[in-house]
Design a protein around this ligand. Structure first.
Ligand code: F0G
Length: 365
C-alpha cells in the first residue's frame, strides 16, 4: 500500500473492512527481500543475479498482494461470498484475507493435486474447501460459471483488482534496483501458470512508461518459465500463435503451475513479446535441482518457484542470455507450502541410537 497511488484504493487496512470506508484488507503484504545468490550467480556466469522471494509474504506467496486489493474491492462492492479455483496458493491467500474481512469463502481445488501446506492454510482460515475430480482448469470453469450466475465473487487472477495488487512486485524490483544498483534489471524471469504475474508486471511497466517514469529501453525483458508437462504458454510463444491452446492433460511435480489454460495469456503474451522476452519449458528434474540450488544458498522455495532459476539456467546454456545481463528471478512461494516435495528432494533422516557414541560413529569425530 506504499504504492497506493498506483492502486485503485487509497490505503491498506489492518482489520475488518469498514463498509463506509472499504479500502484494502491488509495483513500487511509486500516489501519482500531481494536476495543475492553468489553461488548460483557464479555458477551461471552472470554479473548480477538477484532473487525476489515472494514466499516471504504473509501467507507465503505473492497472492497476498492481489488479495489485499481484490478482497478490498469485494468488500466495497458488498458481496456475500468470495470464491476461487486454485492449485493451492490462491486458496490459502483468499482464505486468510476472507477471514480478515469476515466474508464467506469458497475454494475449489483439484482433488489430490494440491500441496499439503496450502490445503492446511485454507482449512485453518475457515474456507469451505470443495475438492473437484478434475484439474485446475475444470475448477476455474466452475467458479467462472458461479460468478456469471451471481452466486460468488471471483478472486482468481481474471479479476483485474488481483493484477493491480500484483503490479507492486514490479514497482519494488525497479525501486530497489535503482537505489542499490544504480539502474534497472535487464530481465525478469518468472514461473507462469495463469500468466497473471506476467500480465501484472507488463501493466506496471506500461504505466511507468506512460507516466514518463521509465524509459521504454529500460523495460525489463519478461521471461516466462513453465514445467514441460504443462507448457501451453511456451508453446504459443515458440509457435508465434496469437493465443494459447488449452492442454487437457497436464502433469508436473510443480503442482502450483499445473495449469492447461493460462487465462491471462491475452494480456501476458504481448508482455513477453513487446519487452523482447521469451518463454521456456523445464523438466521436473531441472526444477528439483534448482530448488536444491536455492536451498544451498539458504533460500527455501516451493517447486514452481524454482522453475524461474531452472529456466534461467536453460536459457544460459542455450546462449540466449548474455553474461552481462542483470537478471531478477522471481520465486513465488515458500518452501513449507509443499513439505512433501522438499522431503522427496532431500536425503532421508538417519535413525541413530540414543547415545553420543552412536552419534559419533555416524558423523565421525
Ligand atoms: N508460482 C506459484 C507458487 C503459484 O502458486 C502460481 C499460481 C504461479 C507461480 C503462477 O502464477 O498464475 O500468475 O502465472 N498459482 C495459482 C493458485 C494458480 O491457484 O495458487 P501466474
Amino acid at each position: 500500500w506504499r504504492y497506493a497511488d498506483a492502486l485503485p484504493f487509497e490505503t491498506g487496512r489492518t482489520g475488518p473492512v469498514d463498509p463506509e470506508n472499504p479500502a484494502g484488507v491488509s495483513l500487511p503484504e509486500g516489501d519482500t527481500p531481494l536476495y543475492e545468490v553468489p553461488g548460483i550467480e557464479a555458477d551461471l556466469g552472470l554479473d548480477r543475479l538477484r532473487v525476489k522471494h515472494e514466499g516471504m509474504n504473509p501467507t507465503g506467496s505473492f497472492k497476498d498482494r492481489g488479495m489485499t486489493v481484490g478482497v478490498g474491492a469485494a468488500a466495497a462492492v458488498g458481496v456475500d461470498r468470495l470464491a476461487c479455483a486454485s492449485t493451492g496458493n490462491t486458496s490459502a491467500a483468499l482464505a486468510a484475507y476472507g477471514a480478515r474481512a469476515d466474508l464467506e469463502t469458497l475454494v475449489l481445488l483439484p482433488a489430490g493435486k494440491v500441496a499439503a501446506g496450502k490445503v492446511a492454510q485454507a482449512a485453518i482460515h475457515d474456507a469451505r474447501i470443495l475438492e473437484v475430480d478434475g484439474n485446475f482448469d475444470d475448477c476455474l470453469d466452475i467458479v467462472q460459471e458461479l460468478a456469471n450466475r451471481g452466486e460468488a465473487y471471483l478472486l482468481n487472477s481474471l479479476n483485474p483488482f488481483r493484477l493491480e495488487g500484483q503490479k507492486t512486485i514490479g514497482l519494488e524490483i525497479l525501486e530497489r534496483f535503482r537505489d542499490e544498483e544504480g539502474g534497472f534489471p535487464d530481465r525478469i524471469v518468472l514461473p507462469v501458470g495463469n500468466a497473471g504475474n506476467t500480465a501484472a508486471l507488463y501493466k506496471c511497466f506500461r504505466e511507468l512508461v506512460q507516466a514518463g517514469a521509465l524509459a521504454r529501453a529500460d523495460v525489463p525483458k519478461l521471461t516466462g518459465v513453465q514445467a514441460a508437462g504443462a507448457a501451453p504458454f511456451v508453446e504459443a510463444i515458440e509457435s508465434g500463435a496469437e493465443g494459447v491452446e488449452r492442454w487437457d492433460h497436464v502433469e508436473t511435480r510443480a503442482t502450483a503451475i499445473r495449469i492447461g489454460e493460462p487465462v491471462n495469456a491475452p494480456k501476458a503474451l504481448p508482455g513477453v513479446r513487446e519487452t523482447g522476452g521469451t518463454a521456456v519449458a523445464v523438466t521436473d528434474e531441472q526444477i528439483t535441482e534448482a530448488q536444491r540450488e536455492l536451498a544451498r544458498e539458504g533460500i527455501g522455495v516451493e517447486p514452481a518457484s524454482a522453475a524461474s532459476i531452472a529456466g534461467l539456467r536453460e536459457l544460459r546454456e542455450r546462449g540466449e542470455i548474455d553474461a552481462d545481463e542483470r537478471v531478477v528471478c522471481l520465486t513465488t512461494g515458500h518452501l513449507l507450502k509443499d513439505p512433501e516435495a522438499a522431503t522427496a528432494a532431500s536425503d532421508d533422516p538417519e535413525p541413530v541410537g540414543n547415545d553420543v557414541d552412536a552419534v559419533l560413529e555416524l558423523v565421525g569425530e
